[in-house]
Design a protein around this ligand. Structure first.
Ligand SMILES: Cc1cc2nc3c(=O)[nH]c(=O)nc-3n(C[C@H](O)[C@H](O)[C@H](O)COP(=O)(O)OP(=O)(O)OC[C@H]3O[C@@H](n4cnc5c(N)ncnc54)[C@H](O)[C@@H]3O)c2cc1C
Length: 454
């Protein structure tokens, strides 16, 4: 099965191809249209949607109305950050490249721009983003609001690549925020969970354009873990996707290259072969699955792809799922992953979806997943969207807590204000700033109330 890559494994055409559900741009008076998130696990019927054509229109709206509001990006979060019976604020008209500076290699985008729509305009001005998450269908505002990250020990999450942003407060005040002008607000608003107001534009630190070479291969999990630090240090990006009920992981390194572009689409035949294999695993009881999965893993040959940076860093994920991801201090990463994998095996959890294990560099945001003095290892578990994720996630979540894990804000977790206060040194600072900017609590929904009020 040479050439079967992690793309087949995670994107594997189990369900029809589609990206995030389109969010129609309706005015505040257009009535109620149901909203659903990407996985389909969350839904709401907001009273209306406000889709401003300009920042001035948004400031006027916020300043002249009252009532609950939730900003929404492309709906790719798994947690209930967005659902509201008030108004959704949709900034899909505040998009595109607005400004750039070649000397500092920075560029300003409308915050409603999807990450996948930034690569080409940036290339035209000789710039490229430093890193990207696993997919690029998120909006810039939405991705940064939840501390979205890619992989690579040398790279922070996207929020810490933001050098300036424009925030329109719940009361309609327009504030341009950077490290010098408003240090506290800057640290809070780069990972805001949409709790401080609506962000309309962001300036990102970029670099010159570059090409990347991705290499995928299969290796025993224990071997990868033993050399993970060394591999993470010697490659620009390094991560692995441990297969459940198996001794193997799909492993990925990405490095800069001058080689010519060579990034063939995975063939339909290979994808079908993989679908077949997954279906076979799923029909086999978890306790009998290991030899089967190991047997398939041993047949997977290495593969390589070369392309411009943004086409290598992000992928297409067609099969819908729900996800839990926690980041633990780097030195606890391997033990935590081992315990998660052991628990899945011992408890015979019937899951075929691989895990994801990657490193994220520390940053100075208040609520970043990797904020503070330590780099973090991020560990993700997934469950196909049509299945109930709760028994699996409920079993694994306490393991993450045991290793001091912090939840990804956009992925399933069950923590509230009391626990979060222990995990983030600046949590109380964020709570205070939130209360100051939004004294009426108009940006709160039930989920945010649990996070910030308790
Ligand atoms: C298939 C898939 C793959 C993923 N891969 C990764 C990954 O590799 N790494 C990772 O870290 N995460 C990953 N995620 C999680 C995802 O990046 C986050 O959930 C992200 O927040 C989604 O962005 P969005 O534009 O869909 O925002 P939404 O989910 O719509 O909103 C997220 C948050 O942003 C706020 N928000 C949106 N717009 C604004 C605004 N203008 N002003 C203020 N707040 C705003 C919302 O209120 C909400 O709190 C993945 C998710 C999926 C579905």
């Amino acid at each position: 099965m040479t050439g079967l890559t992690r793309r087949h494994l995670l994107a594997g055409g189990l369900l029809a191809a589609s990206f995030g559900l389109p969010i129609p741009a309706l005015s505040a008076t257009a009535g109620s249209t149901p909203w659903r998130n990407w996985s389909g696990g969350l839904s709401a019927t907001p009273a209306g949607r406000f889709a401003p054509a300009s920042e001035a229109e948004l400031a006027e709206f916020l300043g002249s109305t009252s009532g609950s509001l939730r900003p929404v990006g492309s709906g790719h979060s798994f947690t209930a950050l967005v659902p509201t019976d008030g108004h959704l604020v949709v900034i899909d008209q505040l998009t595109g490249l607005l400004d750039h500076d070649s000397a500092s290699m920075s560029a300003t985008f409308g915050a409603g721009t999807r990450l996948g729509d930034m690569g080409e305009p940036l290339a035209q001005i000789g710039q490229a983003m430093l890193n990207l998450p696993d997919i690029d269908r998120q909006t810039l505002a939405g991705a940064t609001a939840t501390s979205t990250h890619g992989t690579g020990i040398g790279f922070t999450g996207l929020s810490a690549m933001v050098t300036e942003l424009r925030l329109i407060t719940p009361g309609g005040e327009v504030i341009d925020v950077n490290a010098q002008s408003h240090p506290d607000l800057f640290n809070a608003a780069r990972v805001s969970l949409g709790a401080l107001g609506v962000i309309t534009r962001m300036t990102l630190q970029n670099r010159d354009t570059y090409r990347l070479k991705a290499k995928n291969w299969v290796q025993p999990i224990e071997e990868v873990l033993e050399s993970f630090d060394e591999m993470a240090a010697s490659h620009r990006h390094f991560e692995m996707f441990p297969l459940t009920h198996s001794d193997y992981a799909l492993t990925l390194s990405i490095d800069e290259t001058d080689e010519p572009i060579n990034n063939p689409e995975p063939s339909a035949e290979e994808a079908a072969a993989f679908d077949q294999a997954m279906a076979m695993w799923a029909q086999t009881p978890p306790r009998d699955r290991r030899p089967l999965v190991n047997g398939l893993a041993e047949q997977i040959g290495p593969s390589e792809a070369v392309d411009v940076s943004y086409r290598i860093l992000s992928n297409v994920r067609n099969n819908r799922f729900n996800e839990m991801e926690y980041s633990v201090p780097l030195e606890a990463g391997a033990e935590c992953l081992r315990e998660v994998l052991r628990t899945i095996s011992e408890q015979e959890v019937d899951v075929v979806f691989p895990l994801e294990y990657r490193y994220v560099k520390r940053d100075d945001t208040w609520l970043g997943m990797s904020s503070g003095d330590e780099d973090h290892a991020a560990i993700s578990i997934h469950r196909t969207a049509s299945e109930d994720y709760r028994p699996y996630f409920d079993l694994i979540e306490p393991i993450f807590w045991k290793y001091g894990g912090r939840p990804h804000w956009g992925k399933i977790h069950s923590l509230g204000a009391a626990e979060l206060t222990q995990l983030y040194p600046h949590f109380a600072d964020f709570q205070a700033l939130r209360a100051e900017l939004d004294p009426q609590g108009r940006m709160l929904n039930d989920h945010l109330r649990k996070l910030f009020i308790g």
